[in-house]
Design a protein around this ligand. Structure first.
Ligand code: NDP
Ligand code: OXD
Length: 316
């Protein structure tokens, strides 16, 4: 006997999820029934949600909801929702293809810094013919904050290109080719002292909010470069501007911001040493999101904990 479709409510105050997920909603018909928030469906029939920045009281409306899927790798936009009660499984999307795309994005910025493309672009605008000198990848040490699904791929790819790579995680990791692992506060201090390019791939949690600040920048090698693709709230924006002004950092690549979209008057836009992108390093594919939603619905029907459920006590 096939199971009845699982009712899944779409919860977002920033995105039209019905439009965003339309192809997957059609594909999953018969297995998952998608309903709109406060759209007239019996709230007691709703078993799960798919969400991205849900309204503050969203979960209060659905007494039998036991799982909420993010549409991204990070689940922080759901975890911070005040109405998310105990016992709701929060699920994120883990997709190797996203890790590969993120890696390409980080590599581009690492080489931009190593080969001084920012200066070449500025010189071109002024018609200046000037050779700037060359450094091999081996001369440019990289530190990665976050050695998880994405950080591990980025670390391995940068190491394969010849960069000396160090990666920092919460728990100790086994040694792996070309990448030295660090963990804990001492590990971070040690890694930073040997880091010129710092890549942020941490999840946003109570422990990591505001981690990119003056003290951290001051412990990196002078003239360093920040590649920030985690979450906007990891960064103390004024501290970044001060580190760029003092030359402690030579530049920064920023993909995520406290407030998105970034306000037109924000100083980051016009800064000569910042390259910014609109939270576009790499989305998970819609197909992967659809698979996560379906797998979560099937787990609920089987009475199991969904795959890729985050640890709510750790916040990722
Ligand atoms: P994972 O959960 O797989 O990895 C997280 C890593 O961070 C783990 O290595 C974990 O350590 C480490 N970590 C967490 N907390 C701490 C801490 N307090 N101290 C030290 N290390 C810590 O996440 P993903 O790799 O899949 O994604 C990382 C983040 O990247 C996402 O949460 C999201 O914010 C961001 N992202 C941004 C995108 C963009 O377009 N800009 C796209 C996709 C993701 P341990 O291994 O010990 O658990
Ligand atoms: C994600 C993102 O978390 O796109 O996947 O930021």
């Amino acid at each position: 006997m096939p199971n009845d479709p699982v009712h899944c409510v779409l919860l977002s105050r920033t995105l039209d999820l019905r439009k965003y997920l339309s192809a997957e909603i059609t594909k999953l018909e018969g297995r998952v029934t998608f309903v709109d928030h406060l759209g007239g469906t019996d709230p007691a029939a709703v078993r799960m949600a798919v969400g991205w920045f849900p309204h503050a009281d969203a979960f209060d409306h659905y007494p039998n909801l036991t799982a909420a899927c993010s549409i991204g790798a990070g689940a922080d936009s759901i975890l911070v929702c005040p109405s998310l009660r105990e016992g709701i499984h929060v699920v994120r999307v883990v997709e190797p293809a996203q890790a590969q795309m993120m890696s390409g994005f980080v590599i581009w910025h690492a080489i931009y810094h190593q080969r001084r493309f920012g200066t070449y672009l500025a010189n071109q605008r002024e018609r200046v013919w000037k050779r700037l000198g060359q450094r091999t990848a081996q001369e440019v040490p990289v530190g990665i904050l976050g050695y998880g699904a994405i950080g591990a791929r980025v670390a391995a790819d940068l190491a394969a290109l010849g960069f000396p790579v160090k990666a920092w995680s919460r728990t100790a990791k086994p040694a792996s080719a070309g990448v030295t692992g660090f963990h804990g506060a001492d590990g971070l201090a040690k890694m930073l002292g040997e880091t010129e390019i710092l890549v942020n791939l941490l999840p946003l949690t109570t422990e990591t909010r505001g981690i990119l600040k003056a003290d951290l920048f001051s412990r990196m090698q002078p003239g360093g470069y920040l590649i920030h693709v985690g979450r906007g709230e990891h960064l103390v924006e004024a501290d970044l501007l001060a580190a760029l002004d003092s030359g402690q950092l030579a530049g920064a690549a920023l993909d995520v911001f406290h407030v998105e979209p970034l306000a037109p008057e924000h100083p980051f836009w016009g800064h000569p040493n910042i390259v910014l992108t609109p939270h576009d390093a790499c989305d998970v594919s819609l197909a992967a999101t659809g698979q996560t939603i379906l797998a979560t619905a099937e787990a609920l029907q089987a009475g199991q904990t969904p795959k890729d459920t985050v640890d709510r006590t750790l916040g990722y």
